[in-house]
Ligand binder design. Sequence first.
Ligand code: MLT
Length: 199
Amino acid sequence: MKHIFQKGMSKRTLLLLHGTGGTEEDLLPLANLLDNKANILSVRGNVLENGMPRFFKRLAEGVFDEEDLIFRTKELNDFISYAEKEYEISRADMTAVGYSNGANIAGSLLFHFEQPFKAAILHQPMVPKRGIRLPKLTGLPVFIGAGTNDPICSPSESEELAKLLQSANANVTLHWADHGHQLTHSEVEAAAQWYKKII
Ligand code: MLT
């Protein structure tokens, strides 16, 4: 997968996953704010929707192509395994940081693989898939940034996601802000405070 890797000064790695229409450049400023000593692995989604990169196909806004979601989740998981060897990093020291579509593929990794990384920061995520049994996520810290006025993800869907992850024993922090689907500075600050405590 197309990506940027920047070597840091610690064994920690931030896995950055952009939103629809973004690229691997988009979330680089967040990494600096979160952990300026961490390695950065920033990946571009392999799907194009009218020229806009995404991590998996969708049938309509908020309606995911589940077959492609499963295929692409495995593709990203395999890419992480490749990157572990190529860059001598470890998913055991990796925090996924995703926004919107990137948060949804990170959520899908949590729904399909046991301990795919150490922790996750999900900005404006949705429930990636319903009706499956989640793997054990015992103690895995997850920050969910949710907007009370998000037109793409309703508050009840954010709560549903938190509950599903909690039912797999993930350690979930659901952070509410009075905003919509956009990524705000205050939410990034809240995620950074949370990250400093869990790392
Ligand atoms: C998605 O398709 O992943 C969500 O609708 C968020 C988005 O990318 O707009």
